[in-house]
Design a protein around this ligand. Structure first.
Ligand code: GLN
Length: 381
């Protein structure tokens, strides 16, 4: 293994899913739905295959999809973008993030990142040779200290990476927080990479704001999104980056050599997905609100100290009431003795001690599965 990966192991998601399968645990670990995507989306991809749309797509994305992405973005943010020059379709948001770092960072550039941080972020930075400057989001509300954030910026800061709604905490950044981040980015002439893949999954009136919407910010922002979470199609790996032409050009420099292009028929399916009416998203939100309530209520009943998520399909909980003091040991106990799998988040921090008392549960699961998980927790914990 090359030196750049010496501090990385197998991803925790793969590890926990394998353990869950081995012990027949209910898997509330890796964040993928256990229900299927919608028929109208699947049919569009199947039709594209029947129609012989199976050769390489354009490097930047199937035009029909790029146009839908631009239209949805304009409807959501009011920003008009040129689908040809400012939208790049990637193999999931994970590739978009990697291509953004590879295309826009030089070795030694600094990247400010909030922790707990989704694990691919730091690996993508390592591939680009960028240096991590962490700022910790702390319970109970997982907001950040403005002083700590200001102190993380330096003359070497090239990017601040944000993720809202945030995985794993479920935090939705407020407009005032985003404005504070925007002001810092402008002052240090830094770019913002904004991972917004959970933007449709919002609860209790939480409101999603894209940082690109704030005055003057579009020109320094890469907005990242994907199909997988909203449409329950995580295995399709269709994502995208929206950025002004010079930034999109840089991202495409990497993308053309990393994957070149993304599965053509799935892009046609994705285009159909993005034509979904507003009622589709309302239904998604209603379904996720119900799943979230089942899990939150269950975890509280069992005795966890639960930190209510405002967005995403994850909930963080403090398990110290059960007498454990290590998240990895606790997750092992859950899988082996309780029959429920969840993600220990300490690996998402530069200082693992910050997350040692926390565990992340995913609620992108059918009601019956969530109820069974709660039943096992009540019985065996
Ligand atoms: N995004 C998913 C999660 O946080 C995992 C994706 C993966 O396994 N790479 O659970």
């Amino acid at each position: 293994v090359a030196d750049r990966f010496s501090s990385f192991g197998q991803t925790i998601f793969t590890e926990i899913s394998a353990l869950a399968a081995q012990h027949k645990a209910v898997n509330l670990g890796q964040g993928f739905p256990d229900f299927d995507g919608a028929d109208f989306v699947k049919e569009a991809a199947i039709q594209a295959i029947r129609d012989g749309k199976s050769q390489y797509a354009l490097m930047t994305g199937v035009p029909d999809l790029a146009t839908e992405i631009a239209d949805v973005f304009e409807r959501d943010t009011g920003i008009e973008v040129d689908a040809k020059k400012e939208v790049t379709v990637t193999a999931g948001c994970t590739e978009a993030i990697a291509s953004a770092f590879l295309g826009l960072c030089n070795p030694g550039d600094e990247v400010v990142v909030f922790e707990p941080a989704y694990d691919s972020y730091k690996a993508a930075m390592a591939m680009a040779g960028a240096m991590v400057k962490p700022v910790v989001l702390r319970p109970p509300d997982f907001s950040f200290s403005r002083d700590e954030l200001s102190a993380a910026f330096s003359s070497k800061t090239r990017v601040i990476l944000i993720n809202t709604p945030h995985n794993p905490t479920g935090r939705v950044f407020t407009e005032s927080e985003l404005q504070f981040i925007a002001d810092l980015a402008a002052r240090h002439d830094a770019l913002v990479f904004s991972d917004e893949v959970y933007h449709r999954l919002l609860y209790n009136g939480a409101c999603h704001v894209s940082i690109a919407q704030l005055p003057g910010m579009y020109d320094r922002t890469v907005t990242l999104n994907s199909l997988g979470k909203t449409f329950s199609l995580t295995g399709w790996k269709v994502g995208w980056a929206i950025a002004p032409p010079p930034l999109s050009h840089a991202i495409r420099m990497a993308h053309q050599f990393v994957t070149f292009s993304v599965a053509t028929p799935l892009q046609h399916g994705a285009a159909a997905a993005l034509r979904a009416p507003p009622q589709f998203y309302e239904q998604v939100r209603a379904d996720y609100t119900r799943r979230r309530d089942i899990l939150l209520e269950g975890l509280r009943d069992v005795g966890f100290n639960v930190f209510e998520p405002q967005g995403s399909f994850f909930v963080m909980a403090d398990f110290t009431p059960f007498g454990f003091d290590d998240d990895v040991a606790f997750s092992k106990h859950l899988i082996e003795k309780v029959g429920v799998a969840a993600i220990p988040p300490s690996g998402f921090y530069s200082n693992p001690a910050e997350g040692k008392h926390l565990i992340r549960f995913a609620f992108c699961k059918t009601d019956a599965v969530l109820l069974e998980a709660v039943r096992r927790l009540k019985q065996h914990l």
